[in-house]
Design a binder for this molecule. Sequence first.
Ligand code: HEC
Length: 128
Amino acid sequence: MSRSATLCARGALAALALGVLAPAHAAGDAAAGKAAFRKCASCHQLGPSARGGFGPQLNGVIGRRAASTTDYQYSDAMRRSGIVWNEQTLAAFLRGPSDVVPGTRMRFWGISDAQQIADLLAYLRTQR
Ligand code: HEC
């Protein structure tokens, strides 16, 4: 009995893992996003001791109003943008920063790979 019970439990676990992980993967992989964030880390900090440096810190950026951290001097363009960072606005900004915020001080060529953007968003979502 114990052997079939174990197999059965394994099957259930595998189904659970697939059910939980498959959609998350399709939407974006936080581990891959963490690796991709190396592109951002020369200018942006994350984590408990993050502060504004060359760019603003990005803790909890999803759901944040643009230009709302208090220890960073934003460009007028970013201050006046009126953007709230959510999945759509962030994805568009990462694809082409100056298309979304003309005159932004973020000098970044942009990311054209949709999967990489999804991965980055998944990672940023874990950084509250
Ligand atoms: C060369 C430096 C640099 C790189 C690389 C860079 N950024 Fe930025 N980023 C900036 C600067 C500077 C600003 C402030 C822009 C302004 O005030 O116009 C900014 C602003 C932002 C904002 C708006 C933040 C807020 O508080 O409104 C987000 C979101 C952001 N960057 C995300 C990213 C992500 C994600 C990456 C990596 C894919 C990245 N940036 C790469 C310099 C950089």
